[in-house]
Design a protein around this ligand. Structure first.
Ligand code: AMP
Length: 365
């Protein structure tokens, strides 16, 4: 029935299943220390997690843990395909836009390798490529989960798309983590820069390209209205990213890692991250996956540095949460600042002729 809540009763199930899976050793939680690094210029309270135990983990298949292969040893196993590991399976549901819709099957799985307790994934039941944009129904399903869980504990959803985005699995999945403080690092900054016209997507004044759309659907919206509304909000951001890339590919191809101006672009080859809360969608196009520390002289006027140290950044970085695996890298991040790390892995921001409207992307339209 399209009138009932999507994934009803998810919160208590997540909690009990997480505790049981942890106890049974079916999922691996890695403890970390959290350091808050408030950016002086923007006031954004970045969170850097330091998890030295991760440095010891094999990284052959990124962090999938699915280094196993199929019988013919030619194709890596898809960890998000059935049969599901029962301890990690929280719920399955076919979500329909309306009663006439065949719907799309989704599965909620606990993240097998988590740094945040109760980190979980919303996975498409049938194989869909991670390189396809989040569909209106997927956006709606994710938002409905955020809304439902938010009545007990705020959560944040994120999506890594493309080779340079920090994604490791090709099977479509969105991820969710609880925000124990009730405030994600970017919440206040987004609130402080929202445009006068709330329907207008906007760019936050940051050293990398970024696009935000506020989510404020009419309270009377039906489910199909919500699917359309949320799908539209996501498409607006995607559109702005494509437009920005097109401009850069002609004016500054090097910023995209291109040797020469080009007009061609495949949607499936673009890397970007999406962060979603109940209140906003935030999209950041990516240039590269990893930040690499330059020579110490570049970093801090010759102070003690760690050239060559890398920080792998996924959507959580653009939600203000960065993960490092060793102390030397933590020191680099402290020294250069999180915004510098994010700038290096993002694209140059949109430029505006009128600084008065620097945050209002709509002025470009
Ligand atoms: P990404 O690296 O962004 O593609 O996200 C994939 C996530 O799936 C990672 O956070 C992994 O820890 C998680 N993961 C990998 N293998 C499994 C598995 N078999 N079951 C559940 N989660 C997994």
């Amino acid at each position: 029935m399209t009138s009932s809540a999507v994934f009803a009763g998810l919160a208590p199930r997540l909690k009990s299943q997480y505790n049981a899976a942890l106890k049974a050793g079916s999922l691996h939680f890695t403890d970390s220390d959290e350091v808050e690094l408030e950016d002086e210029a923007t006031g954004i309270p970045f969170e850097v997690r330091y998890a030295p135990a991760l440095a010891k983990k094999p990284t052959a298949n990124k962090d999938s843990g699915s280094t196993a292969s199929t019988a013919d040893d030619s194709k890596p196993v898809d960890p998000f395909a059935p049969p599901y590991q029962q301890d990690l399976l929280v719920a399955e549901e076919t979500v329909k836009e309306d009663d006439d819709d065949a719907g799309e099957g989704f599965v909620v799985l606990l993240n097998k390798f988590c740094v945040t307790p109760r980190h979980f994934l919303l996975v498409t039941k049938d194989f869909r490529k991670q390189t396809t944009p989040v569909s209106p129904l997927e956006t709606f399903t994710a938002w409905s989960i955020l809304k439902q869980l938010g009545s007990r504990e705020k959560h944040l959803a994120f999506f890594n798309c493309g080779d340079e985005s920090g994604a490791s699995q090709p099977h479509k999945h969105l991820q969710f983590i609880p925000i124990s403080t009730g405030m994600a690092p970017f919440d206040s900054y987004i609130d402080a820069h929202k445009p006068a016209k709330p329907q207008q997507p906007f760019q936050l004044p940051l050293p990398y390209a970024n696009f935000t759309a506020l989510i404020d659907p009419p309270s009377s919206a039906s489910r199909s209205d919500l699917v359309a509304y949320l799908g539209q909000r996501f498409l607006e951001l995607l559109d702005l990213m494509i437009d920005h890339r097109r401009r850069l590919s002609l004016s500054d191809p090097a910023a995209l890692g291109l040797d020469a101006p080009t007009r061609g672009m495949r949607l499936s080859e673009l890397s970007y991250n999406v962060v979603m809360t109940q209140q906003y969608l935030h999209l950041v196009p990516r240039r590269r996956e990893k930040y690499t520390a330059r020579a110490s002289s570049d970093v801090d006027g010759g102070g003690e540095g760690a050239p060559g140290r890398t920080v792998s950044v996924n959507a959580l970085g653009f939600a203000g949460m960065v993960l490092v695996k060793d102390e030397a890298t933590l020191e680099v991040v402290k020294r250069v600042g999180v915004l510098e790390v994010l700038k290096e892995v993002g694209l140059p921001p949109l430029e505006f002729s009128d600084p008065q409207h620097a945050e209002d992307v709509g002025e470009l339209a």
